[in-house]
Design a protein around this ligand. Structure first.
Ligand code: P6P
Length: 345
């Protein structure tokens, strides 16, 4: 207990271990990631004062990552913080990052553990320079039995294989949201003490909602079922849904998902003709899968529009997917538009 009776992350994890939900190695892994997120929070919070805004790369030469996106200085710094924090603890066999072409084994100079860590070190980068919430997303898998030399293929496990997942949102508060497979819980950073303190045990997403999150500027590029679904949302109470809807779009998945975990809603980044060739915009392994586990553990639903997200069998480390997640009944409604369209087709 902290001095005011609240439960710090360390105690929460020890109690999860006593309950048999996690082992000591996974407990250490979560503690290490949480500490790295505190370091990233400090760097993000300095902004211009820390000389960390703007694009990475040398003078005039942008640094482009495997996604083909210009890296921000904070993308690179956040990636380095997570790599350094996780190298020596002995809890990982390997790790993979949105910012790195391939996965990395733990150096032979350090002991190897049984887990694989995947992360988007700083999601929502386009918001960094305009002081809008960004975040770190992470996913934990077991290293397959008998594997000594970790390769990309060892990470290609469906979302149901995740043993833990979470994100840390760097907003007005720095909040870590975590699941180890027994509910989704929120921990707010007490900056005076430097500890994450349990602030919501057992998040529950309302099954119904009147709020949707999508980038409407892509509307003309969507597939017909998405056009029909959103068209009916916009028709409001005079339309087939019989109620008015509100819209939010932060363009930072962590911020949008945090709002949905907090008050419900549906988040979607569907296929559109611009990104269809890549399979979608958002990445399966370290964005959609961890967020989908968090949402399902909070009583919500997550789908590609045609398949439960956590059942998708990955084919590549940086594979992209269409995403629908949030309030269970609303995700089911969106999936229904796709099912009826595909059946008719
Ligand atoms: P758009 C941020 O770059 C991100 O990967 C997600 O965090 C966010 O939901 C999405 O892309 C925003 O995409 O096309 O609206 O800029």
């Amino acid at each position: 207990m902290t001095s005011n009776g609240a439960i710090a992350l360390t105690r929460f994890l020890i109690e999860e271990q006593r309950a048999g939900h996690i082992n000591a190695e996974l407990r250490l892994l979560v503690e290490v990631v949480a500490r790295a997120c505190k370091q990233i929070s400090v760097a993000v919070g300095k902004g211009a004062l820390g000389g960390v805004l703007g694009d990475a790369g040398s003078a005039g030469e942008a640094s482009i990552n495997v996604q083909g996106e210009a890296q921000k200085k904070l993308d690179v710094l956040s990636n380095e913080i997570l790599l350094e924090a996780n190298a020596w603890g002995g809890h990982l066999a390997g790790l993979a990052s949105e910012e790195m072409d391939h996965s990395q084994p733990i150096p032979d100079s350090y002991p190897h553990g049984n887990y694989l860590l995947l992360f988007d070190p700083l999601d929502g980068s386009s918001n960094i320079d305009v002081n809008v919430s960004v975040g770190t997303i992470f996913s934990v898998l077991r290293c397959p039995e008998g594997v000594t030399a970790v390769e990309d293929s060892h990470f290609l496990q469906p979302g149901t294989a995740q043993v833990a997942a979470g994100y840390c949102v760097y907003g007005p508060q720095t909040t870590l949201v975590l699941t180890v497979g027994h509910g989704t819980h929120a921990f707010t950073l007490d900056r005076e003490v430097g500890s994450f303190v349990l602030t919501v045990r057992g998040i529950h997403i309302p099954e119904d909602t009147k709020e949707f999150a999508v980038n409407m500027s892509n509307q003309r590029f969507w597939e017909p079922p998405m056009q029909a679904y959103v068209g009916d949302l916009l028709a409001g109470k005079e339309g087939p849904r019989g109620k008015d809807f509100n819209m939010r779009w932060v363009a930072s998945m962590v911020a949008d998902v945090h709002r949905i975990l907090t008050r419900g809603g549906i988040f979607s980044y569907p296929l559109d003709s611009k990104c269809a060739a890549k399979g979608g915009k958002l990445r399966l392994m370290y964005e959609a899968n961890p967020m989908s586990l968090l949402v399902e553990q909070a009583g919500g639903a997550a789908s590609t529009g045609r398949q439960r997200m956590l059942d998708v069998q990955p084919s590549g480390l940086h594979q992209r997917v269409p995403v629908f997640l949030g309030s269970k009944h609303e995700v089911e409604a969106a999936v229904g538009y796709h099912a009826r369209h595909d059946t008719a087709a």
